[in-house]
Design a protein around this ligand. Structure first.
Ligand SMILES: NC(=O)C1=CN([C@@H]2O[C@H](COP(=O)(O)OP(=O)(O)OC[C@H]3O[C@@H](n4cnc5c(N)ncnc54)[C@H](OP(=O)(O)O)[C@@H]3O)[C@@H](O)[C@H]2O)C=CC1
Ligand SMILES: O=C1Nc2ccccc2C1=O
Length: 306
């Protein structure tokens, strides 16, 4: 067996380099299921606690409020600059296609331009339309990566794309800009070993969503045993596992005290570590337990599926 990674030089402020040269903070605060009413305050709190990366989406219905939380934090903390913070949003499936994507980007601009000026990253939320619409969506997004009056999108990427969706993009004659990331459900029960190898080969970073399994595995007997034996909380075990894989890690909580708790999975200095026996126990290369998206793996989506 190849040696598993048990230590990595990562701290709360670490960034990873993308294939376009930009740097993304490795710890992201996700706002799926954060209410419109609380998004501004929770994002403010996350930034106050030290997060510098917010993962949002049109589909979450709180993008405007999340961006306003960023703007309010920046106003109150002039030592932090807009360029120190990373803000991601996503194009919903219903907005795939060239014209629809352009309209969607205009709507995103209406939501966020006044508060944060530009977005760092826009993802295609999932491949769930069809080939023509996926490629047309990419065509429109590529155009916004140039300084743009409607909205400047600094980087573009994909989410829930499988190898087939990426191959389709790479083979397209209009293909100009490489996705910087592929955002995927990733945790020990869904390590997506082959897809991750493919992304590494193509210099596309993997972002891990649902790294805490949305709580689904919190009562897993093996995880509870590891927690007991190591004295490391199950949430720290799961988040550190994800950082050790080299993923950008997106954790969500609507509970204010858990924001700093989750960020504390990373040290202030030095390295993130897990004991050998924890990493070995969580090494499940063949596991394929999809928790989100109705337990139906979106990376395997074929045109015509529902
Ligand atoms: N591209 C895509 O298709 C998807 C993207 N995402 C992104 O990834 C982010 C994270 O994934 P998500 O699916 O939200 O799931 P997570 O794996 O981050 O789990 C969130 C759940 O875990 C609970 N939780 C968080 N921290 C703790 C803690 N320290 N102790 C105990 N419970 C805790 C939360 O409860 P509570 O809030 O009550 O504290 C919530 O129920 C999303 O917010 C979104 O930004 C997620 C899914 C799909
Ligand atoms: O953040 C998300 N959580 C989800 C759960 C199911 C389907 C889509 C999503 C998201 O985009």
């Amino acid at each position: 067996m190849t040696k598993l990674t048990t230590s990595a030089q990562l701290t709360k402020t670490s960034k990873a380099k993308l294939n376009n040269g930009k740097e993304i903070p490795v710890a992201g605060y996700g706002v799926y299921l954060v209410t419109k009413e609380t998004a501004n305050e929770l994002v403010y709190q996350a930034l106050k606690d030290g997060y510098r990366h917010v993962d949002s989406a049109v589909g979450y219905g709180n993008e405007k409020e999340a961006a306003e939380g960023v703007a309010r934090f920046l106003k109150d903390h002039p030592e932090v600059k807009r360029e120190d913070i990373w803000f991601t949003t996503k194009i919903p499936n219903q907005s795939h296609g060239y014209e629809k994507t352009k309209k969607q980007v205009e709507a995103i601009a209406d939501d966020v331009k006044a508060s944060i000026g530009y977005v760092d990253l826009v993802l295609i939320h999932s491949p769930k339309s069809d080939k023509e619409r996926r490629l047309e969506t990419w065509k429109a997004l590529q155009e916004y990566t140039q300084d743009n009056d409607t909205l400047w999108i600094k980087s573009i990427g994909v989410s829930n794309y499988g190898v087939a969706h990426l191959e389709e993009l790479f083979a397209w004659d209009g293909y100009k800009v490489k996705p910087v990331v592929n955002q995927l459900e990733l945790h020990p029960w869904l390590p997506r070993t082959e897809l991750i190898q493919y992304l590494t080969k193509h210099e596309i970073l993997a972002e891990a969503y649902s790294p805490l399994t949305q709580g689904d595995k919190f009562n897993d007997p093996e995880l509870l045993e590891l927690e007991k034996k190591s004295g490391i909380s199950k949430t720290d075990i799961l988040l550190r596992w994800s950082y050790l894989q080299g993923f950008i890690v997106l954790a969500k909580t609507s509970t204010p005290s858990r924001i700093i708790q989750n960020l504390n999975a990373l040290p202030d200095s030095g390295s993130v570590e897990l004991p050998d026996y924890v990493v070995e126990a969580l090494h499940k290369p063949d596991s394929a337990d999809v928790i989100t998206w109705g337990h139906k793996d979106p990376t395997l989506y074929k045109d015509g599926d529902n």
